[in-house]
Design a protein around this ligand. Sequence first.
Ligand SMILES: Cc1cc2nc3c(=O)[nH]c(=O)nc-3n(C[C@H](O)[C@H](O)[C@H](O)COP(=O)(O)OP(=O)(O)OC[C@H]3O[C@@H](n4cnc5c(N)ncnc54)[C@H](O)[C@@H]3O)c2cc1C
Length: 401
Amino acid sequence: MSAIFSTNRLSALSEKVEAFLKTEVYPNEQRWLKKPFKEVEIELRGLREKAMETGGWNAYLPEADGGPGLSLTEVAQLGALMGGTPFGHFVFNCQAPDAGNIELLLKYGSPGIREEFLEPLLKGEIRSCFSMTEPGMAGSNPVRLATRAVRDGDHYVIKGHKWFTSSADGAAFAIVMAVTDPDAENPYRKASMIIVPCNNPGFNLVRNIPVMGHAGEGWHSHAEIRYDEARVPVSYRLGEEGAGFTMAQERLGPGRIHHCMRWIGICERAFDLMCRRAVSREVGDGEPLGNKQLVQSMIADSRAEIDAARLMVLHAAAKIQEQGQKAARHEISAIKFFVANILQKVVDRAIQVHGALGITDDSILSYYYREERGARIYDGPDEVHKTALARGILREYGLSL
Ligand SMILES: Cc1cc2nc3c(=O)[nH]c(=O)nc-3n(C[C@H](O)[C@H](O)[C@H](O)COP(=O)(O)OP(=O)(O)OC[C@H]3O[C@@H](n4cnc5c(N)ncnc54)[C@H](O)[C@@H]3O)c2cc1C
């Protein structure tokens, strides 16, 4: 089905990426999932060097920036392949939040920022994080931020309390969203994005927040952080002062395509496991689980929903590509909540078909169930996207909102 959006160069690259994942990643996945990520990261270093040879390294970047120069629909499909394993994006340096941060630094970083932070990030030598959400403020209304960056000569002094800063543990720097002009008339001009190195004395990682019993570590974690008067040069700001939300907005469209296609990769993995289990588990003498119509129903629903989701995302990606992010805003909102919900349904059904095995850590399904519940919350909760979509449509029908 994805042949609709296929190209020769994508097929060639996909083949190499898939072969790499099959030989180097899938066989190690269970072992890696049971180890602390910092240990796994050491092992992955060597593998990442090999991954570079496939051509899939920094797969979302244009050729001028060292990537393969794929279109958004091509990158999306590669993202679904990589999404089949939790380590897929990481081995190719395509993982969140670094991929989004790289895009920001490429577009808004000064020559100094590019040299100090972007270059090592592109080579995969360091990791980064994005620090915006605060425990004391509703993240779904991002203009409400308490973290302040106050000018002191040619420095900013940053004070605030953040949480769910993914992958902060072991990162080299954070891009912090902080209020630089609390009195700005336009609330979208209040905040700026400022780089804070994680070895700054004012950067205090309080803890990796346990998520459903697992605090994780390293890249695979979400941190609570206190910025205790972190003092950084004004030259560490990205773009103009007050342009933080505009930059965040620009990053969102392609970012959602990446998230959604990774989720489709997870759906395909869960679907494959569900079907394998349906044909191999006997519920009676010579009678496989797949003979049961209720199981068949789960398989049929999942297949139809994953196909629909994939086509929706690729359509949104094509529209962004051809007409720009603004023209594709309805599609971008729709895929975010639609695919996140399909993801949860498919993983849940796959667990059901596996019985008790499905909820154990012997199966990747329990990992996905735990880790991906957040998909309906991060990058905007379902309700925010549904409201944005419905309001946008109703405005076109003349309703003033
Ligand atoms: C796994 C994960 C990773 C994350 N990584 C990062 C990161 O790297 N950096 C970062 O800065 N943040 C990160 N976040 C935070 C994320 O961006 C916020 O959780 C999200 O924006 C929602 O904010 P909140 O949690 O404060 O929920 P709230 O804003 O308090 O909303 C709570 C609930 O209220 C409902 N709601 C909210 N608004 C509306 C509305 N308009 N209409 C109807 N209902 C509504 C929704 O059901 C929502 O889930 C991450 C979150 C998760 C779960």
